[in-house]
Design a protein around this ligand. Structure first.
Ligand code: PFF
Ligand code: NA
Length: 471
């Protein structure tokens, strides 16, 4: 089928480039920074099992839905939704879905850039040899010094945001295609080196057991020691919601990032095959990161639940002790910054693409118009780790950073994903989705349609209701 709507942003030169760009979007801080720390906070194995189930039953079908919607619309998510609403004679309210995604991406970018700034700072710390002979205490002091300095965190946040805007301003093709091919495989190679090091020097047995031995009671029973000295336990649905939210976050789903990349995808490429490749790469990166980090955590008597600083307080110990650690450490943080960069670009792209299409803006002012306000919001996240960490700056019992993270990852992304599943499964005609997926009418297509109509949406709804205590 010929492409009816040509994209004004250009098309990827091949299906391989689409996969690279989507992997670039998916693999990022979510895998290496967030996955280990939320797994640590939520008790390990059972959380990982729930997360993997969410990836398979929700992530895979919804990623296919997002790519097919994007490729059919061939524009920014906002305009794609407009076009498909017209094609399918759907209710006009569906158009809001594009806007929801733009808002979500903007909010995520604001704090994503702050954490990427930490990684940037660590490139120079590693390069300066600051990790040599590090132990649990010294790395925690080093990390604390970064958090205690709003000025330096702000500077790194600014540099990263400028880097992101610079690439987006240059346009998709010239900005992205080349670098991903070399640097993504290099990141995987370094993760493997770290896992091998953990195998040799860490408490690998305990780390792997923590990651893969599910203890469902430990994760889902929320226990408190009452004043009377009695331990009271009840079921908590919160870890389920966090696992679900992270499945969306890590795969870049539910906000139009994958949709916008899908809109640049050549018409003859297989969406199912691309999806499986992206999901496999993303999952592998997360599990490798976990296998690298937890053996070091246990070997050094660190706390798995130590929060967002986890990788910054464990990996330097490994780099400080391994041969060639200064080089490996520097390289690792360079590649982490790069992975975060390719993800940040996809966070800002839906909004920029829309400004270019609808406001006739050039890419440079469009990138500034989105990046600058996201930078301002990010200042709230910078301060959440120092000046605003106290009680008086809490919103619903959370710091600004925690609030934006919770709202986006655990509420807005699953909500966006739910609506995408409903749109692709219930609103789009069979002919439209089948034609775009190009997989005939066999088991593959029927399984996808069943999942996207009945399984993924219900699971999201059940987890939501569960987390707010309704079921
Ligand atoms: N998937 C990215 C990560 O795991 O770091 C984060 C992300 C990028 C989320 C793009 C959402 C998105 F649209
Ligand atoms: Na990811």
């Amino acid at each position: 089928m010929p492409d009816i709507r040509g994209s004004i942003h250009g098309q990827w030169s091949s299906r391989f480039v689409f996969i690279l760009a989507a992997v670039g979007s998916a693999v990022g801080l979510g895998n290496i920074w967030k996955f280990p720390y939320i797994t640590g906070e939520n008790g390990g194995g059972a959380f990982v099992v729930v997360y993997l189930i969410c990836i398979a039953l929700i992530g895979v079908p919804i990623m296919m839905a997002e790519i097919l919607i994007g490729r059919r619309g061939r524009q920014s998510p906002i305009n794609t939704m407009h076009a498909l609403v017209a094609d399918e004679k759907a209710h006009p309210a569906w158009r809001w879905l594009g806007w929801l995604g733009v808002l979500t991406g903007f909010l995520i970018l604001s704090y994503y850039s702050v954490i990427a700034g930490w990684a940037l700072a660590y490139v120079f710390r590693a390069g300066a040899g600051l990790f040599a002979g590090a132990n649990a205490e010294s790395v925690s002091t080093l990390f604390g010094a970064l958090l205690d300095s709003p000025e330096s965190m702000l500077a790194w946040h600014t540099i990263f945001m400028v880097m992101t805007m610079a690439v987006v301003a240059r346009g998709v093709r010239s900005g992205l295609e080349r670098a991903v091919t070399i640097l993504m495989p290099a990141l995987f190679a370094l993760l493997v080196v770290l896992v091998l090091y953990a195998l040799y020097a860490g408490d690998f047995a305990r780390g792997a057991a923590f990651l893969f031995n599910p203890d469902f009671d430990k994760v889902f029973q929320h226990c408190e020691l009452l004043e009377s000295g009695v331990k009271s336990c009840r079921f908590s649905g919160e870890p389920l919601l966090i696992a679900l939210g992270h499945a969306f976050f890590t795969l870049s789903l539910g906000m139009g990032a994958i949709m916008v990349y899908g809109s640049y995808m050549p018409g003859n490429a297989s969406i199912a095959r691309a999806t499986l490749t992206i999901v496999a790469a993303d999952t592998a990166a997360a599990l490798l990161a976990g296998l690298a980090i937890f053996p070091i955590v246990f070997a050094n008597g660190l706390e798995p639940a130590s929060g967002p600083g986890l990788i910054f307080q464990t990996l330097p110990i490994a780099f400080g002790a391994m041969p060639g650690g200064q080089v490996f450490g520097t390289l690792f943080f360079v590649l982490l910054v790069f992975a975060a960069w390719t993800s940040a670009i996809s966070l800002i792209e839906p909004a920029v693409a829309w400004l270019v299409e609808n406001r006739g803006m050039a890419r440079v002012p469009a990138a500034l118009a989105v990046g600058a306000p996201a930078w301002v919001l990010g200042v709230g996240s910078v301060l959440s780790f120092n000046l605003w960490s106290g009680e008086s700056f809490q919103f619903f019992g959370k710091t600004w950073f925690d609030l934006v993270d919770y709202l986006t990852a655990n509420i807005l992304l699953p909500l966006g994903g739910l609506l995408i599943a409903l749109f692709a499964g219930w609103v789009m005609s069979r002919a439209a989705s089948r034609g775009e997926l190009r997989m005939g009418d066999g088991v593959g297509y029927r399984t996808w349609r069943f999942l996207v109509r009945y399984v993924s949406p219900w699971l999201v709804v059940i987890v939501f209701l569960n987390a707010i205590g309704l079921i």
